[in-house]
Unconditional design. Sequence first.
Lengths: 210, 235
Amino acid sequence: MKLIISLLLVVSFVFSKDEKRMDLIDIPFKEASMLEGYSNVKGIDIHARVINEDEQESYFDEDLTSDGIYPVLTRITNNSKSKVLVYSVDATLNKRLLTLPLQKIIEPYQKKVALKGALLGAVGNVISFGMRVASGADDKEAAEAQAYIEEIRNEFYSKSLKEQLLYPGDTISGFVFFDNKKLKGDNQLAIKMQFMNSLKKYNLETKILP
Amino acid sequence: MKKQLLSLFAIAILFIGCGGVNAPSVQEKVSKRPSMLYQPGSYERMKMKYPLKVGILKLNDKRVFPFYTSDGFFREKDISGLEQLTYLELKRSGLFEKVISINETAPFEITDDFLQKMNQKYNVDMIFVFDVTNFNLFRTKQGSSMTASSFVDNNKEYAQGAFTMELLSSMVGQLIYYDGGYVVWSGEVKRANKIPVSTGDLTSKQLSLLAKNALKPMFDELKKHIATTGKRMAQ
């Protein structure tokens, strides 16, 4: 009997985990021209670098490289005298590989989190003989997990590089994501841009730094 | 026999635990697709700035992801409604002599040839091209629900915790004169609308209101932006 009570106490301790909240860092503000190795095209500065696994955990709570994703942290500063539109959604790697749609990155990650939560819940129910269901802990955890899944989506959204209009002096920072299976030694990032007082578009190109 | 009963009991509990991580279900049945469109008021007409005919081209969807992605919630098909709304808002603004909707997408590089073609085919003096850069819904849980009490709804217990629902909308546009590709106006308009919801659910009616309260001021800003910063054209 004592053994069963101890087991139940251990189980309730293990499965009554803290609220799942992401403790992530924001992208620090830096102008592209402040960083070593930036490029300049018609007064627009661009800097791009790939982030390592530890940084990926800090920004996204996940090692994206192991999921086949190549995240590139990009900063663009408008040092010209005109407003410019940056077509970040159409960014290319080595002039041929298109960015991965954000949804394709988030959904497998969310499913992984959901599956892990469901499995832990199921195991917890078996071990505690359904006490978690009876106490309502199961429903609470389901709602918590759903909130966590949505937090993943919100984090990816806020940290991705979006199509945006840059006024003179403006800087945007964010990630563009590529499939890491088709990489070569030196990788080049290209993003189209357009000065809004004309119809001509230019290629904003830079080498992706390690 | 006892062993068999115990195994059956264990399997039953295992299946009870596989409830997944779905959010609390919507309280009222959503039978109708939420409408995010509204009728712009004709009394909001502005002083005519361009006595010309303008053609609104199809929108370019440049968002990083769709309106909403999670299962069991609102999932959009397309956002052509925004195209209709842009047409209606500019048509009723009174800024132009005539506004028509053109069922064609602008090429990535707009050339003189394309502008001449538009002029000949639709008899328009100007075209309005725009990219939708944001039209997304975000649900964020506020505070900690583990420490708060739970609540019962429809005989089911849910974790208590406030959520905020935010709708973010933005677009970037250019108004181009057909002769020589002269950019008459260019700019970006952006609006967000946020409401608190206690359960994290959103009814069709709430969603419609959330969208309208973000879109209406955004289009008002677009019209005022064109009226005040659009280049003056000599007769």
